[in-house]
Design a protein around this ligand. Structure first.
Ligand SMILES: Cc1ncc(C[n+]2csc(CCOP(=O)(O)OP(=O)(O)O)c2C)c(N)n1
Ligand code: SF4
Length: 296
């Protein structure tokens, strides 16, 4: 039985800024691994580059810290080589919706059995707060003195349209819900994307913990039907806004599971994998002469 102490790294501890939302995601992910009874050696955390992407350093499972925006191909490769493993992708909003957006799109439509946790702080944190694809319209800061004119990416709509079969939004200020969403995402058979709003206390002075506390509500409270894709799009459309706020208007930020469906995974429809992971297939000494002749 895995306990939290089995996931602790003893020689190092996180160097995120005090109060960073990354801590919340870190704790919730470890809780989810324990609650699911996963052994540390059955889990691989794959990340890109960014403050959030350092998370695998501080969880005692297998881990791979790759290139900015590129954790998805690595994770897909690991999953195909050994689909007995639980593979979890960790990245920031820049990593996943900017540089890695194309990989996210194709992994979602394949419905490969991965869980993607996006630490969405609406800035590029590690490189000192430049605007990311999810920065609110009209924002400006030291790194970007002119108000941003582009409408933000809507991660929930993006994942729904791409074909993800589990789509959720969490908030790093609600550990209970965050743990539940991550646990359900890992349990889900297919491509699960969890967008977690996690304030960057150093570089995003707008979307703070208190900003979210005043705006978040849960879909569960509203009786949302997670099997209804049209309703999921309607809820997703509420936020982020693609236009400046009107006078007296206040955003509503839905959290919880927007959508979940059962659909065959990429592993299910790839006959070469079968029920035994590729790494466990026995290699015999077949003569490949005929194959070579056919290809020459
Ligand atoms: C291809 C490439 N482009 C740019 C960079 C520089 N870079 C490193 S981290 C980063 C931003 C990370 O932001 P995000 O993914 O949102 O994660 P956060 O730091 O906010 O957690 C950038 C632009 C890089 N390392 N590689
Ligand atoms: S810069 Fe922002 S995202 Fe990075 S550790 Fe500090 S608070 Fe967290």
């Amino acid at each position: 039985m895995t306990e939290l102490k089995d996931l602790e790294i003893t020689y190092d501890k996180p160097n995120w800024c005090p109060g960073c939302g990354d801590f919340g995601v870190w704790v919730s992910l470890k809780n989810a691994i324990v609650q699911l009874g996963l052994n540390p050696w059955e889990v691989v955390l794959v990340s890109g580059i960014g403050c959030s992407s350092k998370l695998p350093y501080w969880v005692k499972t297998y881990g791979f810290n790759g290139l900015h925006g590129r954790p998805m191909p690595v994770a897909e490769g690991i999953k195909l080589a050994n689909h007995g493993l639980t593979v979890i992708v960790i990245g920031g909003d820049g990593d996943q919706y900017g540089e890695g957006g194309n990989h996210l799109l194709h992994a979602a439509r394949r419905n490969i059995d991965l869980t993607v946790i996006v630490h969405n702080n609406q800035v590029y944190g590690l490189t000192t707060g430049q605007f990311s694809p999810t920065t609110d319209i009209g924002e400006k800061n030291k790194a970007n003195p002119n108000p941003i004119m582009e409408a933000p990416v809507n991660p929930i709509e993006f994942a729904l349209a791409a074909g993800a079969t589990y789509v959720a939004r969490g908030f790093a200020g609600d550990h209970k819900q965050e743990t539940e969403l991550i646990t359900a995402g890992i349990k889900h058979k297919g491509f699960a994307m969890i967008d977690i709003m996690q304030p960057c206390v150093t570089f995003n002075h707008k979307n703070t913990f208190s900003w979210f506390y005043e705006r978040v509500y849960t879909l569960e409270q509203e009786g949302h039907d997670i099997k209804d894709k049209i309703k999921a799009f309607q809820r997703a459309e509420e936020w982020p806004l693609r236009r400046p706020l009107s006078e007296g208007e206040k955003e509503k930020v839905a959290t919880g599971i927007f959508y979940q469906e059962d659909r065959p995974t990429w592993e299910d429809v790839t006959p070469q994998l079968g029920s035994t992971p590729l790494v466990k297939h026995t290699i015999d000494n077949r003569d490949i002469t005929l194959l070579l002749e056919e290809l020459m």
